[in-house]
Every structure is written in C-alpha cells, then in structure tokens.
Design a protein around this ligand. Structure first.
Ligand SMILES: C[S@@+](CC[C@H](N)C(=O)[O-])C[C@H]1O[C@@H](n2cnc3c(N)ncnc32)[C@H](O)[C@@H]1O
Length: 397
C-alpha cells in the first residue's frame, strides 16, 4: 500500500530451513557471504517511491521516531565512537549524521533510492564528507572494504513486516557486520488486540441508512467493501481496545533469518473485558534498542503459542514488557503511546460481532509475503467467537 500521500511507508518457518550464518554465535559453522537476490521491477518502483520528499519529511517530522533513534545512538555512543557504522536505507542521511556526530569514525550511508543524491549534498554541506560515505545502491549490491561495527536502520513498515525491508538488514548483517557488532534496533514485536469502533462504523456504513431522509441502504454492501476490504492505517485510542494485546511475532534482529519472515502464523485467544460490538483487530509494533547480542538468547523469531490475555492472565505480556531493563529504549506505536506516522493498522470485519464481557475471542493470523510482490503482505485472519467462525483474507498493497 502506498501511504495516503502517495508514498510507501511505510513475515513460520521456525528454522524450517536452518542456515548457518556468517559470524553466527555459539561456535556455529561459518558460511560464505550471501549472494544478492535479484532487483525486481517492484523493487525499482519501491525505491522510486522513496525518491519523493514527502515520505522523508513525514518520517523526519515524526518526532517520536526520530528522537528515539537519536536517543538510542547516544545511549550506545561508547559502541559508536571511533567505530564503523552502516546505515541501511539512509534516506536523507539523518541517522548516518547522528552517528557521525556521536563520534563514528566512518559511516557507510546506503540507499538505493535517488534520495541518496540529496543525502550526499546534505553530508557535504554539513562538512561530514570525511566521515560519511554515501553509497547509492542496494545494500545487497554495494561493496565496501571493511566490516562494520554497527548496523543502524529504520526498516519497519505497517504491521511491522509490510515493505519487507528487514531481509535487507539481515543480508547486511550476514555480509558486513562483525561477529560482536551492534544492531540498532535489536528487537521488534508485533501486537494485536480486538477493538470496538462505533464511530468509524457509523461514519462509513450506518451513514447510508438515512441520507437527507432517503434510504440509501442499497449502498451498504459497497460501503462495507470500500471501507473494510483492505487494512486501514488509522489512529485509535486505548478506549477502542477491548483487551490486553497479544504478541503476534517477536524478531531478534541478530538471529532472524529471511526465510522465517516469508510467512508467519500466530494463534491468539482473548477474553473481552467488556460487553461491546467487536469491529475487528488493531495491530501495532514496538522496537527495542537492547544493545549487543545476548549470547545466551536462543530466540530468532518467536511465535507465541496461543496466549491468553484477559485481565487476570496477562502475565505473559507483563513479564515480557516489565522484565526489560528500565534502560532499554523502546520505540512504540501502541495506541496508548504518543502517536507516530505509523499510527495503527486496523483490520475491520464487514459486520460487527456482539461480544459479552468475558467472552472468548480466538483464532489465528497469518502474514505472508505476496508471491507476486514480496513487499505486499497477504493477510489471513481466522476468528471464532460465540460458537461462530469467520475468515477474512486481505492484502496490504
Ligand atoms: C523508512 S526509510 C528510512 C530513511 C532514513 N533512514 C530515515 O530514518 O529517515 C527506508 C529507506 O531505505 C531505503 N532502502 C530500502 N531497502 C533498501 C535496500 N535493500 N538497499 C538500500 N536502500 C534501501 C529506501 O529507499 C528508503 O530510503
């Protein structure tokens, strides 16, 4: 999906096909460097979309996003001073410049979009050409003469995985990151929760029931299709959310493999905390800047088994979030946190379902890269409540 202003914005193979990677921990066998996947026509269109100023303006003006990255760079300044950094997908060069100002010896700022030309100019006019090398090309195709100490990237799309930029970070990690290198951010988690949104349904659907006294209910099927066929990027509040959220997937950027992202399936089970009309599900993510690889961690991509998240049993969520060190910087796109340009992604049902307090809502969600264009996401949402089962299939394009 292109963002509202016409620009992009901005995937269970649980090690089904194990692959040893370069610099892999725990004395695993070392594999030769990965080879570049082909650059498709879809990829070219994607990079062209990032040549427009609007998307970069929107991202940079997203104060939460940009200042959180800057804060993370400053938190890991000791790991950056005098070191070599790679900014994967540098855009205007803002993160590369933050790293240079934090003391990096050299920053390779890589972007396949023509925005790299502007990044070059910006670097020059800020007298940073001696530190920042802007490379116009895909990170999969560029060549540098040294390994890097740090990889930084802002790669997250709607539903976390839309845009499929994470495989490029994995590629850069496996090819260019030193074994003890730092990745910023280090972890990402996608969440989902059931929502109620009467205002939205009233505005888009019920509106047609009485238009200046005229019954236009004949419009209802078309209105539902147009409003709710595809995922919607909208801002909701905590009041729309019916229960504690459930994690769909958690990614360890040090260990995740591209194959694991091709298709992700996660089961969920919620217990509604109130009587309400269930209009669909909201999705959001957070990323953590958790520092260097935790050598004791065995996680790659975690798909929670069915997790129960009612008022009394949301311990999984609590422990996940609260055992984090208070030092960990988190960029959150949750409805209860300060808004970001990602907002939240909503998957609405065509017709709401009445749920009682304590009623169970369960099912599964599958996010798969589209075979046609890996940057699109095929979504399959199964849900059961009150003895009825439904399936919604949609595409984020
Ligand atoms: C979300 S923007 C982030 C831009 C910038 N880092 C910032 O924070 O403002 C992602 C950028 O990554 C670039 N990009 C995506 N995949 C890439 C790849 N495989 N190689 C090089 N650049 C890539 C896009 O062209 C886009 O400019």
């Amino acid at each position: 999906m292109l963002h509202g202003n016409g620009y992009y914005r901005a995937g269970h193979l649980r090690s089904g096909r194990p692959r040893r990677r370069r610099g892999a921990p725990y004395g695993q066998q070392v594999q030769e460097r990965p080879s570049a996947p082909p650059c498709t026509e879809y990829d070219k269109a994607y990079f062209e979309a990032y040549a427009h100023i609007g998307i970069h303006e929107e991202m940079i003006k997203d104060h939460v996003r940009t200042t959180t990255y800057r804060a993370a760079i400053m938190q890991y300044q000791d790991s950056i001073v005098g070191k070599v950094v790679m900014d994967v997908g540098c855009g205007t060069g803002i993160l590369a410049i933050f790293c240079a100002l934090a003391g990096a010896r050299r920053v390779y700022a890589v972007d396949a979009s023509e925005i790299a030309f502007q990044a070059s100019e910006i670097v020059r006019s800020n007298n940073l050409s001696d530190k920042i090398v802007v490379l116009h090309g895909r990170v999969e195709d560029i060549n540098i003469e040294e390994m890097v100490d740090v990889i930084i990237s802002e790669w997250m799309g709607y539903l976390l995985l839309y845009e499929s930029m994470l495989p490029s970070i994995i590629f850069a990690r496996d090819k260019w990151l030193k074994p003890d290198g730092l990745i910023l951010p280090s972890h990402a988690t996608l969440y989902m929760a059931p929502i109620t949104h009467n205002d939205r349904y009233r505005d888009s659907i019920d509106f047609w029931r009485n238009v200046y006294g005229i019954d236009m209910s004949a419009m209802l099927p078309l209105a539902k299709q147009c409003a709710f066929e595809e995922p919607c990027v909208e801002t909701i509040t905590g009041e729309n959310v019916l229960t504690w959220p459930s994690p769909v997937v958690r990614v360890d950027c040090y260990a995740v493999m591209a194959e694991e992202l091709e298709s992700v399936t996660s089961k969920y089970r919620f217990t509604s905390m109130m009587q309400a009309r269930l209009h669909g599900f909201a999705f959001w993510f957070d990323v953590e800047f958790d520092g260097p690889r935790n050598v004791s961690s065995t996680e790659h991509l975690l798909l929670p088994e069915t997790s129960s998240w009612d008022a009394t049993s949301h311990t999984y969520n609590s422990s996940k979030k609260r055992t984090k060190s208070t030092e960990t910087i988190v960029l959150s796109t949750a409805p209860e946190d300060a808004p970001t340009h990602w907002q939240q992604t909503l998957i609405y049902f065509y017709d709401p379902i009445e749920v009682r307090k304590d009623q169970c809502i369960e099912g599964s969600i599958t996010l798969s890269q589209s075979k046609e264009n890996a940057r699109f996401l095929n979504i399959r949402l199964e849900y059961s409540s009150g003895g009825r089962t439904f399936v919604k299939e949609t595409v984020m394009r």
